[in-house]
Design a protein around this ligand. Structure first.
Ligand code: NAP
Length: 253
């Protein structure tokens, strides 16, 4: 009997979860697929309803390369968040060094639609600089990025987080919303209205799931400080799960 085809998915995104589910339910693979999803362990309650998972860093590119070789993986799939640049760079180096194929799921960026009022920002620092004095800014960003706004003591901030912060929020004037982003534009709009938000700060992550805030901003004519993505890592990039899953099935032959 053929050996299983071992796949390590670098995850932490809904796409990674959906890919694992899609592969597990695909019976057309020539070899049985053995799928493991790796999570960084940033959220306290990761969703593990989709198959085998492991949690925690590998110790850089070298650690990941060692892990791939030791566990005899056949394929590495990078389905991490488009702004998680370090792990994607590590994946590129590690797959080369372990001598295995690497595929990347890179969801398309959001495109400006009629009615959108986006102010394009190269990075977080430019977004912080662009905030007008006295603005009330909604920061749709992780805790680790908030300190880039700490010098703006002349701005009120509303920060949304899924888990309670473990360290103090480095912003002078702020309110905290502990909640997952809603998938409904009406709910996001109600939240922005409740807090009198005058600017939305977010990154161009792409994807349908967290697009509701962009639709909400459009409906409220709210200016959005849209932070550009870092360049995609080189390699075989796929824009959707269907095409990527088909390539994985092909490789497993
Ligand atoms: P990062 O800066 O690119 O990576 C930092 C370190 O975290 C990596 O060097 C690696 O540690 C570890 N790591 C990251 N992803 C991992 C994974 N899937 N499995 C095991 N270790 C991982 O990443 P980040 O921006 O902190 O994001 C962390 C995770 O959250 C990613 O998996 C990403 O998909 C997810 N996420 C990120 C964002 C975001 O805005 N950045 C948003 C949603 C979800 P070692 O070097 O020790 O291996």
């Amino acid at each position: 009997m053929n050996r299983q085809f071992k796949i390590l998915i670098l995850g932490g995104t809904r796409n990674a979860r959906d890919l694992a589910i899609a592969l597990a339910s695909d019976k057309s693979a020539p070899r049985e697929l053995d799928i493991l999803t790796s999570l960084a362990g940033r959220t306290s309650e990761p969703d593990r309803t989709f198959g085998k998972t492991r949690i925690g860093g590998f110790g850089g590119a070298a650690g990941l390369a060692q892990y791939l070789a030791k566990e005899k993986f056949d394929l590495l799939v990078d389905s991490t968040h488009p702004f998680a640049s370090r792990i994607s760079q590590n994946a590129l180096i590690a797959a080369q060094s372990a001598g295995i194929e690497r595929l990347v799921l890179n969801r398309p960026e959001w495109q400006k639609q009629p009615g959108d009022n986006w102010i394009d920002c190269a990075d977080l620092d430019e977004a912080a600089q662009q905030l007008p004095v006295g603005a009330t800014a909604f920061l749709a960003l992780g805790h680790q990025y908030l300190d880039r706004f700490s010098h703006r003591e002349d701005v009120h901030f509303v920060a949304r987080m899924i888990d309670p912060p473990k360290t103090p929020i480095p912003l002078k004037n702020h309110r905290l919303v502990l909640a997952k982003p809603s998938h409904l534009a009406a709910e996001e709009a109600a939240l922005f209205t409740r807090f009198n938000i005058t600017r939305l700060v977010c990154r161009n992550s792409g994807g349908k799931l967290i697009y509701a805030k962009i639709e909400a901003a459009r409906s409220l004519k709210l200016p959005v400080l849209m932070i550009k993505r870092p360049p995609a890592v080189s390699g075989k990039n796929f824009g959707n799960i269907t095409d990527l899953a088909a390539e994985i099935i092909r490789l497993s032959a």
